[in-house]
Ligand binder design. Structure first.
Ligand code: 4AD
Ligand code: MG
Length: 457
């Protein structure tokens, strides 16, 4: 007999003589002569109810002793449920106990804190909230590939170990086989790759070389930042989606980012309804309304200069003063998207001093063709730009940022041979998940979070 998923049994249209389910016990309740066992297999947040009669041969020896967390395999008949709350239940013909759970199994009916769950590897994925989060994560990863593949973008696997610092912020993890003494003595030539290498902070520069041949590409992989910011929105290891489009300007870049966010939100609403309902009940009551709004309504766009004026005119006592030429802080981003516009906002044309070397300089000589897409509750979810395609300007930028032509010559070559206007962006996958699930801490939307001081499991 083939195994049925709990999700499919709960959605069944008719009773069935014989079904097989495999899963973990959520709860067990004993009545006179039988037990109710709720089983979950991770296919949906709900469990299926199994009725195990005391006449089953292993009732006294095993079934009666089942605890929350036990792994079981049940065969039986799928019948219309007599109790409320679910359409079908299983009357067991056999209950095979693969592994009971210990008396100290820590998952109780009442919820544990997310911090507590983070510290217990075997438990966390079995908690309802995390089951929902990681089903949505899986679905959205699939939806992202579909989104690009259906539009003819080529998936490029950019390297995880790299010698270039794309963002120029010096927040890289060094990858080395040198010991401490050799490192301190600067013996880089003796290192594994013959020079200093790092975990990538972005696949963009490598992505550009492929976009300038295959036209539209995207990357989707892990990225690493050794920034010591212990916030709810920063992780040291996170996943980024980076499309890059040749023959594209900032306008086209912003269009793609908005279209993509809308598309992904719509996909989650359509395909993760049970999980979103769970978040709506236990995490954020407004979630569904907000996601539908984002799916259906246009986003706003303002230039950085306009954004600064709006923030100044707000009369808000921000912790960080608003000044032209400074980065927008999270509190500023959230004011714009949550209060002033009450919808996602793309801020574009930032002062060149606060942006990386690769962004295209605008004619005003002050700003670059950068854009950040901000969403309520989080702030920046996408960062991107049109790239500087003019050789002399790019060479000047590299020099100004103290980046050597020796290391970036390969990147400059793209401007020497068939240079073309091109643009792209990076979408932070975990930030997207925070937005779609309403979960407030980035650590709770990634299977194994890595943040300063924490790399368990
Ligand atoms: O704005 P960022 O730094 O842009 C880039 O890396 C560009 N090279 C992207 C490109 O144009 N191809 O990062 C892009 C996005 C941010 O908007 C944010 O969503 C996410 O990556 N991000 C982080 N997410 C989690 N933890 C961190 N420490 C993050 N840093 C950036
Ligand atoms: Mg950014």
């Amino acid at each position: 007999m083939d195994r049925s998923r709990v999700k499919d049994l709960l959605a069944a249209e008719a009773p069935r003589d014989a079904v097989l389910v495999q899963g973990w016990v959520r709860t067990k309740r004993d009545a006179k002569g039988f037990s109710f066992i709720e089983i979950n297999d991770g296919s949906t947040v709900k469990g299926v109810q199994v009725i195990a009669d005391a006449s089953l041969p292993n009732y006294d020896t095993e079934i009666h002793h089942l605890r929350t967390g036990a792994a079981v395999e049940v065969t039986g008949e799928l019948v219309a449920s007599r109790g409320g709350g679910q359409s079908f239940e299983i009357v067991a013909k056999s209950v095979l106990v693969h592994g009971n759970a210990g008396e100290d199994f820590p998952l109780q009916k009442k919820g544990h804190s997310l911090e507590f769950l983070r510290s217990i590897a075997h438990l966390r994925p079995r908690a309802n909230l995390f089951g929902c989060v990681f089903r949505v994560r899986s679905r959205l990863a699939y939806a992202i590939h579909r989104f690009f593949q259906e539009r003819g973008f080529v998936h490029v696997h950019t390297p995880i170990i790299t010698a270039s610092d794309c963002e120029g912020a010096g927040e890289m993890f060094r990858v080395t086989t040198l010991d401490g003494a050799a490192l301190a003595a600067g013996k880089d030539a003796e290192d594994f790759f013959g020079k200093p290498t790092y975990l990538t902070v972005s696949g963009q520069l490598e992505g550009e070389t492929f976009a300038c041949a295959l036209s539209n590409i995207y990357t989707f992989g892990p990225t690493f930042r050794a920034e010591n910011s212990n916030t709810s929105r920063h992780a040291a290891e996170f996943w980024m989606i980076e499309p890059e489009m040749a023959f594209c300007d900032l306008e086209g870049d912003m269009d793609l980012a908005e279209t993509m966010i809308k598309h992904l939100v719509a996909d989650a609403l359509e395909n993760c309804a049970d999980d979103l309902e769970f978040f709506g009940r236990f995490v954020d009551k407004e979630l569904r309304a907000r996601l539908e709004f984002v799916r259906d309504r246009p986003f706003e766009r303002v230039s950085y200069t306009e954004a600064v004026e709006i923030l100044r005119a707000s009369g808000r006592p921000f912790e960080f003063p608003v000044e032209y030429g400074h980065n927008l802080q999270s509190e500023h981003e959230r004011y714009l998207t949550e209060e002033r516009f009450q919808c996602p906002v793309t801020v574009y044309n930032y002062p060149k001093e606060i942006k990386p070397f690769y962004m295209r300089q605008n004619d005003d000589d002050k700003t670059v063709a950068a854009m950040d897409l901000l969403v309520p509750g989080i702030g920046e979810i996408v960062g991107g730009s049109q790239r500087e395609e003019r050789l002399d300007r790019l060479a000047g930028n590299l020099a100004r940022h103290g980046l050597g032509e020796a290391e970036y010559g390969w990147y400059l070559d793209l401007r020497r041979h068939g240079s073309v206007p091109h643009a792209g962006f990076g979408l932070g996958f975990e930030r997207l998940l925070m937005f779609v699930t309403g979960v407030a801490n980035i650590r709770d939307v990634i299977p194994f979070p890595r943040v300063p001081g924490w790399a368990e499991f």
